[in-house]
Every structure is written in structure tokens, then in C-alpha cells.
Design a protein around this ligand. Sequence first.
Ligand SMILES: [Zn+2]
Length: 359
Amino acid sequence: MEKLFKRIPRVGGESEKERLEGSSEGTIEPQHKAQAESVEKTPEISPEKAKKHEGHTPKFSWSIKPQGDQKAKPARSGKDEIPDGLWIKCAHCKELIYSKEFENNKKVCPKCGFHFRLGAYERVNVILDESSFEEINANLVTGDPLNFTTSTETYQVKSDQTRAKTGLNEAIVTGFGTLEGMPLALAVCDFNYLGGSMGSVYGEKLVRLVEQALERRVPLLAVSASGGARMHEGMFSLMQMAKTTAAFACLGEAGLPFISLLVDPCTGGVIASYASVADVILAEPGALLGFAGPRVIEQVTKQKLPPGFQTSEFFLEHGMVDQVVNRKELRPVIAKLLRLYETVVAQNEAREREVSYAG
Ligand SMILES: [Zn+2]
């Protein structure tokens, strides 16, 4: 097992608490700092528009980085954004959005409702109660079991570069927190880290979370944004499909709820394994969902795909998703599910007490 993963200190050495506190105050996380610095200068904004908002000086400046692995969906990669820190151009409706308003709206376009991608820690902040998140296994990093090398670089080098670039140690962040005061185990993918791909450490972190959720008797929410299994780890990454699904089966046997939230994009070995075996499957509007991408399917089947194919809405219509939930409704919807579970647990306990008195 040693070859598969190892522990190293967290990148940058900052604690999870500092990271969360930082982001709640609107400062930039390391990966976003890099993003903000990497983008070009802004085209000019009309004087009227600038004047209208001159009283509002944002404390920070950031923008979403063009993400290398998102060529198939440039709309969400932020290529159309105006990186001056004040205005962002929606890649979908092309309207200008005041960046503070965009941030307050949880990175959903207030004009057209387009959902931009979130990083793992941004997602944690959107879902959990403030400062309630305690990360586990944060320092687990991948090894290179196959000594995998492409024509240009080794997997080890690629991993080191990705860790430095994203400030993450893996494509998944796991831990425990509360939602409206109710305990919740949470796993969140980050698509910025090698396309959110599932390797040995991803699978191991997820399984360890399930095991702890079982010990603590806590429901689990997994937020999946992934390109699928990590090809750099070959069979080891494919094995994670079975390993994670088996772990979630144990959660089911123990009567603990598993909620899966599919966000853009969720494809390949992740949607083909644990992400689609949940008790309740939710999805964000307009997310790309499916096993293979639409281009691959069209090439193989030589048929034109119907409009809206492989979106959350299409999945909902065809019974693969239970509810499409707007980002601002996520907390209330998940809280409702957790309360439902707590009510059932309380009823069962009351019934058991009655039986034991009667006995
Ligand atoms: Zn828009």
C-alpha cells in the first residue's frame, strides 16, 4: 500500500481553519490568486457603468481561471470573463456582472442563472455552516504505482505541479461539518485537480470518510465533479470504482443516508460508480452528466444527439436524477433531507423504547 499513497505536509503549510477563515472574509485562496494573476488585463468598461458602481470598492480581486482540462466546455472555464476584479462577463449570456454581486450569488449569474464551477473549499463554504468544517486525511497524497510516464513528463512531476498550482493535495476534500446544526460527512471533488479524476488516494479518502461516518452514525453528502478514473494509475484507479461502491453499500446496510450531488461536469468512472448509487441524487442546473462525452458518443454511434442530451435536466426527465437544485436552494434542500432522516431516527428510537417498556 505504501507505494499507492503517502502523507506529506499540506501545500503552503496553512491550516484548514486559516483557509476557510480567509475565504469567508473574501481573500483569495492560493489557487485563485494564481488564477487572478494569470489572466490578461481587462478591456475598458463604459464610464456610465463604472460611475454607477464607483461607491463600491471590493476588498479583493479575483476571477475564475481558464481551466486546462475543460476544453470541452469553454463556457464554464471563464474565457469570457473580464479579469479586472470589478466586473465579470457571464460566459453564457455575455452580460456584465459586478464581481461582488457574483460572489454573493455563489458564482451563479444573476442575469441568466448560469452556474459557474466552484473549487472544493468554495463548495464547502456554500454547503456547510460557517467554520464548521473539519477536514480529515488532508495530507494524503498519491504515489506513482505504475511509474507512469507520458512523452513529456512523469506522473510524479505532474502531481507535484498540480499540487503547487491548485493548492490541493488531491482531487477530493473530505471531512465533517454541520448544516443548519445537523452533522454531515462531506466529500467534495475539485475539477481543477487533474480533472477531478479518481485515483487510489481519492478512493481511499472517500472510503475512510464512509468508515468514519459509520462510526459516528452521520449521513454523508458527496459532491462529484469529475472526468472519471485517473488514467495515470491504470487498474489502480479503476479498482476505486468497486472499492467506493462497496463502502457506500455498507453505509446503506447501516441505514445511514447517502446524498449525491452531481455538478458540472460529472462523467466517466465516478458517475459510473459511487456517485449514482446514492439514496437521493441531486444535480445543479445545466451540468454535463454522463459516462462518455457527447462528442465521443456521436463519433461512435454516428448519430446526432438530441438537444440537451447529457444535462441535469435530461437526467431528471429520464429518472436518473431525483431533483435539479439551484445553488442557492442547496442548503435548504439538503437540510430538509437531513431533518427527514433525524425524524425517522427519533421515531424508531421512540418505538424501541415502547417495545422495551411493553416487554
Ligand atoms: Zn449569465
